[in-house]
Design a protein around this ligand. Structure first.
Ligand SMILES: [Zn+2]
Length: 262
């Protein structure tokens, strides 16, 4: 069993969200706390599952309250209250006291929070979701459903595969270039991708930077980007590209400020 003081500590928490920590409960988890994982002596599956259960129940007393949708690499934005078994890659938290968790291997976890309206979102942006501008869809949903202001929003891009490790095929590079209205050559000029001489058909893409750009285009100025790369940080984070089947997570719970019971 892990020691109690490590069970509830996520791998990464946002500095931008820290001032709201009384009623914005969030975190990005890595190996000890997340779903699945290789069944090794260093990281046995039962321990990973037990840690996740303890993490969830440490945040809310009723673990069944958690909304953990089935992720399908789309661009649909669901809402808390829709359905426990929603197929979606982003959830808008419009009403408080509805905790949400999404799971990640190398894809980009993104959180949004708008303090004035006290609403937020958790987003799963792989290359497909990024090519479909899912982060911008989530911003629009918070604007339309809750009258939230992008200029007041905070966005946090969590640990995910970084430009050092995310080598792709040309069709993927072209789809991502299309998504932000650039050519592949212009993507390189602006730092969204890098080339290796040995792989002239396989650039490395910066999914963090592309999502950051999309969020900026949506009107958000306060954006935090976690530096960690899932593929590089083997000790702390799961990585699909490293051959692991475990999942990191991003969770968000907005407490009911009117209850004043936190
Ligand atoms: Zn890396």
């Amino acid at each position: 069993m892990p020691t109690p003081d490590c069970v509830y500590t996520p791998f990464y928490q946002s500095c931008l969200l820290a001032p709201y920590s009384e009623y914005v409960i969030h975190g990005f988890t890595g190996k000890p706390f997340s779903y699945g994982g290789p069944d090794t002596s260093a990281n046995p599956r039962p321990r990973v599952l037990e840690n996740r259960k303890q993490l969830l129940s440490s945040i809310t007393s009723n673990a069944s309250e958690w909304l953990i949708p089935e992720q399908v690499h789309g661009h649909r934005v669901g809402q808390t209250g829709d359905c426990q078994f929603l197929k979606t890659d982003a959830i808008a938290l419009i009403t408080p006291e509805k905790p949400v968790m999404l799971l990640f291997a190398d894809c980009v976890p993104i959180m949004l929070y708008e303090p004035d309206r006290h609403v937020g979102a958790v987003i799963h942006a792989g290359w497909r979701g990024t090519a479909q501008a899912i982060a911008q869809e989530a911003v629009l949903t918070l604007q339309n459903k809750a009258n939230a202001s992008p200029s007041g929003m905070i966005a946090v891009i969590g640990p995910c595969i970084s430009v050092c490790c995310f080598q792709v095929s040309m069709p993927v590079a072209e789809a991502l270039a299309d998504a932000i209205g650039l050519t592949v050559e212009a993507m390189a000029d602006q730092g969204f991708l890098q080339w290796d001489e040995a792989y002239p058909q396989n650039p490395r893409m910066d999914l963090k930077a592309i999502n950051q750009y999309q969020l900026q285009q949506a009107g958000i100025t306060q954006i935090e980007v976690a530096p960690a790369c899932t593929r590089c940080d083997e000790a702390n984070l799961f990585s699909f590209r490293r051959g692991e089947d475990g999942r990191n997570s991003a969770y968000l719970l907005l407490k009911d400020k009117s209850l004043n019971s936190y």
